[in-house]
Write a protein that binds this ligand. Structure first.
Ligand code: AHM
Ligand code: MG
Length: 334
């Protein structure tokens, strides 16, 4: 079997397909290396003094875990010196991180959630990293949040790493979706799946049901119909899964289909939703669409949203196309 490492895949994307340039290739390689370092840190668990609270809060007032802080530092350190970036922004930092003057600046902006699903760290359940790449527009100051406020359609690459039983890297450069598995002996990501496709139909959904009493009518109606099963209006039984790590839930959908919902509810209405547009919704929506799925807020395509703030939150409904279309139609009717 021909083993294609991430490096080789990227070189071929650059040389043969002209899909990426050398800087974007370097950027993705550096991001992948940072993910490997995070995977190693996570793998140490209780042996490495990496579990537990950091004793600090992030910009959204959420308590940071030690691994949130460590993963953020790994990403900053890995990415600031290569000359491929104009700036970085992270879920864990209030303001963009400027590239130090001693290093050259590149044309790209990197946005990331260094450790998604942090509530799962201490219980040894899958967590992940999500990233999104934009171009720095001419005349914009990459040290300011405004430079990053571009619609998801402007993304030139996006991906996520899942730190589960195996470490995976799922990537799109706007040319379909590919999946690499970390070969721990070699220390390299090896291509294990090409052209990932989300089946348009599904019988599996993912939502935090404990929020049910706070949901809006269209979501309540949709989930009620799924729960009614065979004898209900949908005429079939549905299964439910909720890992509480978006990366793991999305990866299941990338593998066997499904629909993921973190909708607006009355508890979080004031903040606009739970998940962050720039670090979670946009990159995942890009990946899901590239795999033939759909991603909406219920009121429109996620990738079309014009961001209003770096840490903006939005409702997220994504996955198998036909199910997402049903949820959309219920919102329209409401
Ligand atoms: P995080 O980035 O602070 O870890 O929060 C995002 C996570 C998602 O991975 C997951 O889908 C969601 O929060 C789970 O939320 P809840 O605990 O409300 O079920
Ligand atoms: Mg997150």
């Amino acid at each position: 079997m021909r083993r294609i490492t991430l490096s080789r895949y990227l070189i071929e994307e650059q040389r043969e397909k002209g899909k990426i340039n050398a800087d974007l290739r370097l950027l993705i390689e550096v991001v992948a290396r940072a993910c490997k370092r995070i995977a190693i840190a996570i793998g140490k668990g209780g042996l490495g003094e990496v579990l537990g609270e950091a004793g600090s809060d992030n910009v959204q007032g959420e308590a940071q875990k030690k691994l949130d802080v460590l993963s953020n530092d790994i990403f900053l350190e890995a990415n600031e010196w290569g000359g491929h970036l104009a700036g970085m922004a992270s879920e864990e930092m209030e303001l963009p991180h400027a590239i130090p003057n001693r290093y050259p600046q590149g044309e790209y902006l990197l946005l990331f959630d260094p450790l998604d699903g942090s509530s799962n760290i201490d219980i040894n359940v899958s967590v992940g990293t999500i990233f999104s790449v934009l171009r720095s527009a001419e005349g914009c100051d990459p040290t300011q949040s405004e430079a990053f406020l571009q619609a998801g359609t402007e993304q030139v690459a996006a991906g996520y790493a899942v730190y589960g039983p195996t470490t995976l890297l799922v990537l799109t450069v706007g040319n379909g979706v590919v999946c690499f598995t970390l070969d721990r002996e070699l220390g390299s990501f090896v291509l294990t799946q090409e052209n990932l496709q989300i089946p348009p139909e599904t019988q599996e959904f993912a939502i935090n049901m404990s929020n049910m009493r706070h949901w809006e009518t269209p979501v309540k109606r949709y989930i009620d119909e799924l729960l009614a099963g065979k004898t209900g209006p949908r005429g079939k039984d549905f299964n439910m899964r909720w890992v509480a790590s978006m990366v793991a839930d999305v990866h299941r959908i990338m593998t066997r289909g499904g629909i993921f919902l973190y909708p607006l509810d009355s508890k979080i209405a004031a903040q606009g939703g739970k998940l962050r547009l720039m670090y979670e919704a946009n990159p995942m929506a890009f990946i899901v669409e590239q795999a033939g799925g759909a991603a909406t807020t219920g009121h429109g395509r996620i990738l079309d949203l014009q961001p209003s703030g770096l840490h903006q939150r939005v409702p997220v409904i994504l996955g198998s196309k036909n199910e997402v279309a049903i949820v959309d139609s219920y919102h329209r009717k409401a």
